[in-house]
Design a protein around this ligand. Structure first.
Ligand SMILES: NC(=O)C1=CN([C@@H]2O[C@H](COP(=O)(O)OP(=O)(O)OC[C@H]3O[C@@H](n4cnc5c(N)ncnc54)[C@H](OP(=O)(O)O)[C@@H]3O)[C@@H](O)[C@H]2O)C=CC1
Ligand SMILES: Nc1nc2c(ncn2[C@@H]2O[C@H](COP(=O)(O)O)[C@@H](O)[C@H]2O)c(=O)[nH]1
Length: 487
C-alpha cells in the first residue's frame, strides 16, 4: 500500500480519515478476485467473528464458516459448553443450512419463537433424533401457516408439504426447482433422513463462497483463552475438543502476563496440535507485535479502543486510530513472517477493504454482527415494532460479573468497578440485511470491488497495489449516500 502522491501522514488515522483512489486495472470482473485470507489460517474469506458473548455462538460459527470465515467462541463460556459448540459446528453440513427442527407435537407458539434463530425463517417438523442424525422431516411450518391459528395448536396440525431435493443436487438445480415450485426453502434428504435446507439465496451463495474447512473437511471454528486461571488446562481442553485456532485475548496484550500465558499456550499447542494457529492481542504498536511474536503468536490481534462497545479511550485516553495501528502492525508482522487481524471499529464494507489494503490478514467484526438472526441473543421488538438484539462489551460490568462468577461477592463487585465497556446496547436488525450472510454479501461485494479498483486479483496484490489518500471530514461526508430526500 502507498499513500497518494507519497503524502505520508504526520498523524494517526482512522478508517474514516482515508480513501482509496482507482488505478489502471486489468481485472475484468469482480468475480475474478480471490479473497482468501493471508493470515495462514487457510480460510477462503478474511472475516472473523469477534469472541463476544452476545455475538459468537454455534449458530454464528456454523453460518460464517459455511461462507468461508471463522468465528471465535468467547473465553467466558465454560469449556465443556465450548466443546459442545465445536462438536455441533463440526457435525454441520458444509453446504446445506441446519434448520430449526421441531417435533410434530411442538406447539405453534414454541415453533414461532424458534424461527428467528435462523435466517431462513421456517421450522422443519421432524420425527427422530436430530442430534443423532436420525431426524426424518414430515412437514414445514412458516409464519404464514400460523396466521389465525391458535398458538397452542400442535405443528402437525398446520404444517405443509415441502420441496424435497437430493443432497447431490447442485445449487443451480435447487435454485431452479425452488423458482419453478414457488417455494422458499428446499429440504435435502438422504433416503428419509434430513441433511439440511437451502433457500434461493443460499443456493446463490453456495456458488459464490467456499466453506472454511479443516483437514477432515469439517467446518472450522476457533476459541478464545484468557490470560488468567488454568491457561494450560483450558488450552489442552479446547484443542482436544477440536478448536481450529486459539485466540489468547486480553485488553492490554502488551503485558508480561500475556507473554507468560502465550508461552504456556504455545507449549501445549506444539505438543497437542502443532497445526493450530495462535492469535494473540490486543496490541497497536510495532513493539507489541514484536514481543508477542517472539512469545509465540502466529497472528497478532490489533486494535485498542476502536470497538463499538468500547469505552477504553474515553476512560483511559489509551488506544490508537485503527487504520494507522493496522498499517504499522501489519508491516512489522510481515517483516517477522507473521500476520495480523484488524480487530474492531468496522462499521461499513469500506472499513474491511481499508484494513485489508493496509495489510491485515483478516478482519474481526463484533457489534455489526450482533444485530443478526445468528448472534446469540434473543430477538426482541421495541415499542415501534423494530427488531433488535441486546449486545454488551466483554469488559463491561456485565461481562466482568459473568467472567468472575467463581470469585467471592466482594471480589466480583470490585472487579466490576474496572469496567471498560458498555453493558447494554440495542443492535437493530437491518430490515434489508437481517442475517449475518446478508452482511457478508454486502461486505464481500464491496471488498471485491475495491480490489478491482486497485487492479488486484488477490489480497496480497491488493496490499501491494492499493493507493490511499487522506481526506477531510467533508470528504468523508461527501461519500455518504443520501438515503431519503434532500430536505
Ligand atoms: N480491544 C480493546 O480495546 C479492548 C478489548 N477488551 C476485551 O474485553 C475482554 C476482557 O479483557 P480484559 O479486561 O483484559 O479481562 P481479562 O479477564 O482477560 O483480565 C485481564 C487481566 O489483565 C490485568 N490487567 C492489567 N492491566 C489491565 C488493563 N489496563 N486492562 C485490563 N486488564 C488489565 C487484569 O488485572 P486487574 O483486573 O487486577 O487489573 C487481569 O488480570 C477481552 O475479550 C478483550 O479483548 C477489553 C478492553 C479493551
Ligand atoms: N474496550 C473494549 N473493547 C471491547 C469490549 N468488548 C469487545 N471489545 C473489543 O471490540 C472488538 C469488536 O469491535 P466491534 O467494533 O466490531 O464491536 C472486540 O473484538 C474486542 O477487541 C469492551 O467491553 N471494551
Amino acid at each position: 500500500m502507498r499513500f497518494l502522491n507519497n503524502n505520508t501522514p504526520t498523524h494517526d488515522l482512522t478508517y474514516s480519515d482515508v480513501f482509496m483512489v482507482p488505478s489502471r486495472s486489468s481485472v475484468a470482473s469482480r468475480l475474478d478476485v480471490d479473497l482468501s485470507s493471508t493470515d495462514g489460517l487457510g480460510t477462503p474469506l478474511p472475516l472473523v467473528v469477534a469472541n463476544m458473548t452476545a455475538i459468537s455462538g454455534r449458530r454464528m460459527a456454523e453460518t460464517i464458516a459455511r461462507r468461508g470465515g471463522i468465528a471465535i467462541i468467547p473465553q467466558d463460556i465454560p469449556t465443556d459448553i465450548v466443546g459442545e459448540a465445536i462438536g455441533k459446528v463440526k457435525r454441520s453440513h458444509t453446504v446445506f443450512d441446519t434448520p430449526i427442527t421441531v417435533t410434530p407435537s411442538t406447539t405453534l407458539g414454541e415453533a414461532m419463537s424458534l424461527m428467528p434463530k435462523r435466517a431462513h425463517g421456517v421450522a422443519l417438523v421432524a420425527e427422530g433424533d436430530r442430534h443423532a442424525g436420525t431426524a426424518c422431516p414430515r412437514g414445514i411450518v412458516s409464519p404464514a401457516d400460523a396466521v389465525d391459528e391458535d398458538r397452542f395448536a400442535q405443528v402437525h396440525e398446520v404444517m405443509t408439504d415441502f420441496l424435497k431435493v437430493s443432497p447431490d443436487a447442485t445449487p443451480r438445480e435447487i435454485f431452479d426447482l425452488l423458482t419453478a415450485n414457488h417455494q422458499e426453502v428446499a429440504v435435502a434428504v438422504d433416503g428419509d433422513r434430513l441433511v439440511g435446507v437451502m433457500t434461493r439465496k443460499g443456493a446463490l451463495r453456495s456458488a459464490l463462497y467456499q466453506p472454511a474447512v479443516d483437514a477432515e473437511g469439517r467446518l472450522k471454528i476457533g476459541a478464545a483463552v484468557g490470560i488468567n486461571g488454568d491457561v494450560a488446562g483450558k488450552t489442552e481442553a479446547l484443542l482436544g475438543h477440536g478448536a481450529d485456532v486459539l485466540v489468547v485475548d486480553t485488553a492490554h496484550g502488551h503485558q508480561e502476563k500475556m507473554i507468560e500465558a502465550l508461552a504456556i499456550v504455545k507449549k501445549v499447542r506444539d505438543r497437542v496440535a502443532p497445526d493450530v494457529r495462535i492469535v494473540a492481542g490486543n496490541v497497536v504498536t510495532a513493539d507489541g507485535v514484536r514481543d508477542l511474536a517472539e512469545a509465540g503468536a502466529d497472528v497478532l490481534k490489533v486494535g485498542v479502543g476502536p470497538g463499538a462497545m468500547c469505552t477504553t479511550r474515553m476512560q483511559t485516553g489509551v488506544g490508537r486510530p485503527q487504520f494507522s495501528a493496522v498499517l504499522e502492525c501489519a508491516e512489522t508482522a510481515a517483516g517477522l513472517g507473521r500476520s495480523i487481524w484488524a480487530d474492531g471499529g468496522v462499521r461499513h464494507p469500506r472499513d474491511v477493504a481499508l484494513a485489508l489494503a493496509a495489510g491485515a490478514g483478516s478482519v474481526m467484526i463484533g457489534s455489526w454482527f450482533a444485530g443478526t438472526h445468528e448472534s446469540t441473543g434473543d430477538l426482541r421488538t421495541d415499542a415501534q415494532g423494530r427488531r433488535y438484539k441486546e449486545s454488551f462489551g466483554m469488559a463491561s460490568a456485565r461481562a466482568v460479573k459473568m467472567r468472575t462468577r467463581d470469585q467471592s461477592g466482594f471480589d466480583r463487585a470490585r472487579a466490576g468497578l474496572f469496567e471498560e465497556g458498555i453493558s447494554s446496547s440495542r443492535m437493530y436488525l437491518d430490515p434489508d440485511r437481517p442475517g449475518v450472510e446478508d452482511l457478508v454479501d454486502f461486505i464481500v461485494s464491496g471488498v471485491r470491488s475495491s480490489c478491482t479498483y486497485a487492479g488486484a486479483r488477490s489480497l496480497p496484490e491488493f496490499n501491494e497495489l492499493a493507493t490511499v489518500g487522506i481526506q477531510s471530514v467533508s470528504g468523508y461526508e461527501e461519500g455518504r449516500p443520501v438515503s431519503a430526500s434532500w430536505s
